[in-house]
Design a protein around this ligand. Sequence first.
Ligand SMILES: Cc1ncc(COP(=O)(O)O)c(C=O)c1O
Length: 473
Amino acid sequence: MYAEGGMPRKFSGTQFGRARSGAPGRDTMGSRQEERRAFLRMGGAATVALGLGSFTGALQGAAQQSADGILTEPAADVEPLTELVSDAADERAWTSLRSLFPLRDDRIYLNSGGFGPASWPALQTRQRAELEIAEAGEEQRKRMKTARGRMATFLGCDDDELAFTAGTTSAMNLIANGLALKADDEIIMSTHEHPGGAMIWIKRAQDIGCRIRLFEPGDTAEATLNAVQALLTPQTRLVMVSHVTCTTGYRMPIKAISALCRTHGCLSVVDGAHPPGMFYVNLRELGCDFYASSGHKWLYGPTGTGILYVRRELLDVWSTPLAGAYADASYSLEEADFTPLNKARAVEVGTYNCAAFEALAAAADLAESIGLENIARRGAFLAEFLKQNLLQITGLKLLTPLTEADSASIVTFQILNDAIDPRDLLRVLSERDGIRLRFVGEHGLNAIRIAPMYCTSTADLQLLVDVLRREIR
Ligand SMILES: Cc1ncc(COP(=O)(O)O)c(C=O)c1O
């Protein structure tokens, strides 16, 4: 409908990611693809019977529209899917959700922790918003306000506490650069931090003369809390930890760490790259002072989106490190005056990509329509499937905690045979089998991380396990 009035009608299939037919592969891949196509055909029919109703209709409609260049169905039409996928082990229901994504038949997507493919509702919303904004001929910042409000509700905070960013790394830079640190301040971090969360603190510490103190996370909440507590001193300015580590997928006890920091009189900063979209996150309930996250991982939102959270009580301690249009409460060029806006969104300076953040809000809508409890249970079910199977392979060492409370939807393992370089194996798995995983080099772990989507089938995970059993002897 937006093609009218001189709007461009043609978008290439790859640009908006219509599922491509399977590329020719090896024999095993061929039969796997055949199996999956048959399954999807069945799933496609089944979805209607199972009650996906207008949602599936919307998606199929969108796919047809996209062949002609335009995606139309808004995410708001999505019917709640919570009933359909209430059983974490219901393979047919969960794998039918593949139709929500522009996935290729010849790939197994096991890197949600690095880059989760954007869903159709996110892609559709982005395109629709881009077109509407172009038609209006203005940037339309009020659309940002609506999207920010939606994300604030999704994450359990106030609008004024939230800002849009390009991802976790940029949010963490904005947190670190907005705090006045002084020489001799101490910053506590875990040894399992991602460079996107940790590097800016090292830079700031180098610039100012702060001391970085590292602790090794334990396998349990108690062990981790004890390790943090042991490093607290009167000089401790803040503790920065991952909510779920990028390495082993260990889930840190954020609520307890935040409470400990508050009692001690220091700040709690959380690298939350993974949890939103992976399980229910309520920032106020967590009680941390700052939180940084990405939209292009487990939320399956558009690339280059993220959020920054600053707890309301900290808006007087932290101040935007950026300046420009929208950063100010008051500004006068003539009087050389700039007073920063006392809200997190003061970092959203200049012209922003509204459409991307509307699409992020659509990604949050989708996650809620599936149900965050359902998604978390499915993630735990798939992780458990992997753990139980990997434990049977003698040449591997599982690094992820076995307990559900201390882990999430990520499973990481090391190869015990030194003659096998995990990076070589990952290359083979990607090029030969179409299996996308991630190498874990952080903390010298030299490990492999599996981060499935909720619509990943156990059949695909079994295929991975079988390949690993053959390759790792
Ligand atoms: C724990 C953690 N922090 C930060 C990042 C960086 O995220 P982004 O690239 O969205 O800035 C990642 C990315 O994988 C991560 O796993």
